[in-house]
Design a protein around this ligand. Structure first.
Ligand code: SF4
Ligand code: SF4
Length: 441
């Protein structure tokens, strides 16, 4: 197979428990906790207060700037609080708490089909923004921003990301089997918004049934081709996927548009279709709940704002998990509470029965991390610098090019927590630069 990128690893896929299961609808709970920040950028500003009646799709928070996203009610009912709650990144964030009235009424004008044939690029962007759509592969970048490249950036290719390279996760796989038509129609709208001339649907070889379906449905989209890629992590990362399917390199510090490419995840494309053609705000998603402790693992339609506890009650335990990961085990984040809500970016929960030994040793200069690094930096050098607290030297050694994929940590025989050190180093640098900017003002 010709499509590939540099470096990467092939960890055990561990997708067997859910990869052939259809999507199940999760019962909607009594209380939904809807974060005003479910996206990269600035949190939405709340536009409701306790006591307000809402319908499904009612605006709860409006975008607070260009790089921000709208947030809507996932159910009909009543707002009972606007207050901080613990979120998946480990910090509290402002949330709108909605008590469900179980009538599931849509707000006026929502969930109504409209004609898309005459929509201009600007119309599509506006509808995507109004629907609060963000990247659903985990990055959560506001989609209307990605659909608004500067005039001097010509995008000729849309890559639709169906790689789902993280172990355990099968939510995108389930979506490709269940709703390929929505993915292709959404991709066509995204391509129209940026005037892309071709659309490439990228699926890894461990999902041949999804490839087959997309390959057939892609015929309904102009200049579209489905591509089957070798299974390799982190193929779903934007720059690696672009390299794999177009052969183009995104420059260091650059964006996909610098290589003439827009990348959208399959779930984001489906959300674009429903947002634009049905005026349906993004208030639910498919997520995988799996792992050795899951009694009834599966792929679930879940309303945004559903506390993990409601999801886990449906799935049940074979034994009490020692760790719950949001996302996959390579890039996911350990969760501190089951009261945390599902957001637009929650692709899955993995329930683990053991945690790896976290003791590490000195670097033995084996070079495995260097061969595995997909962005061709030297993780071993970064690990030595960061272990010694030399953050500025690490920055000079290309630390900021790291995509935090975790391949270096995965292959290291000395179990050095390289990616954790890099994340901490980047955070320290960002905090210091913010302080310097403030002082300069
Ligand atoms: S240094 Fe960063 S990009 Fe390279 S393998 Fe490690 S985590 Fe991935
Ligand atoms: S894999 Fe680990 S031990 Fe080997 S060179 Fe990299 S940091 Fe050193």
């Amino acid at each position: 197979m010709p499509y590939t990128f540099n470096g990467g690893v092939h960890p055990p896929e561990s997708k067997h428990a859910t990869e052939h299961l259809p999507v199940r609808a999760l019962a909607v709970g009594e209380t939904l906790i809807v974060p005003l920040q479910q996206h990269l950028g600035v949190a939405a500003n709340p536009v409701v207060k306790p006591g307000d009646k809402v319908a499904r799709g009612t605006l709860l928070g409006e975008p607070a700037g260009f790089i921000s996203a709208a947030v809507h009610s996932p159910v009909s009912g009543e707002v009972v609080a606007v207050e901080p709650r613990l979120l998946g990144l480990g910090r509290p964030g402002m949330c709108v708490v909605v008590k469900n009235d179980f009538e599931d009424r849509w707000a006026e004008g929502c969930n109504v089909e409209s004609d898309t044939a005459t929509l201009t690029a600007e119309d599509i962007r506006r509808k995507v923004r109004d629907a609060g759509i963000v990247g659903m592969g985990g990055a959560t970048f506001p989609t209307h921003v990605k659909l608004s490249p500067p005039e001097n950036k010509r995008i000729d290719t849309l890559v639709v990301n169906g790689a789902e390279c993280e172990p355990f996760l099968t939510a995108d796989h389930a979506l490709m089997l269940a709703d390929a038509g929505a993915i292709v129609l959404g991709a066509a709208l995204a391509a129209r918004a940026v005037a892309a001339e071709r659309v490439l649907f990228a699926v890894e070889a461990n999902k041949p049934d999804a490839f087959e379906v997309l390959d057939k449905v892609a015929a309904f989209c102009d200049n579209a081709t489905a591509l089957l890629l070798p299974t390799r992590y982190p193929q779903g990362a934007e720059k690696q996927l672009i390299k794999a399917v177009t052969g183009r390199e995104v420059p260091s510090g650059g964006l996909p548009m610098d290589a003439g490419v827009l990348v959208q995840n399959v779930a984001t494309c489906a959300a674009i279709h429903y947002g634009v053609a049905f005026n349906r705000p993004l208030t639910e998603r498919i997520m995988t709940v799996t792992g050795p402790c899951a009694a009834s693992p599966g792929n679930f339609h879940v309303r945004v704002g559903t506390p993990y506890a409601d999801v886990l009650r449906e799935v049940g335990f074979t034994s009490i998990p020692v760790r719950i990961i949001m996302g996959g085990p390579m890039m996911g984040i350990a969760q501190r509470s089951v009261d945390i809500p599902v957001t637009k970016g929650t692709s899955g929960l993995v329930l683990l029965d053991e945690v790896p030994d976290d003791s590490w040793h000195a670097c033995i200069r084996c070079g495995k991390c260097v061969r595995a690094c997909p962005v061709s930096i030297i993780p071993s050098e970064l690990s030595v610098l960061l272990e010694a607290g030399r953050v500025d030297d690490a920055a000079n050694a290309d630390m900021l090019d790291c995509i935090e994929c975790g391949c270096c940590t995965y292959v290291c025989p000395s179990k050095r927590p390289i990616v954790n050190w890099i994340k901490a180093g980047k955070a320290e640098l960002a905090a210091r630069r913010a302080k310097e900017r403030k002082a300069a003002k």
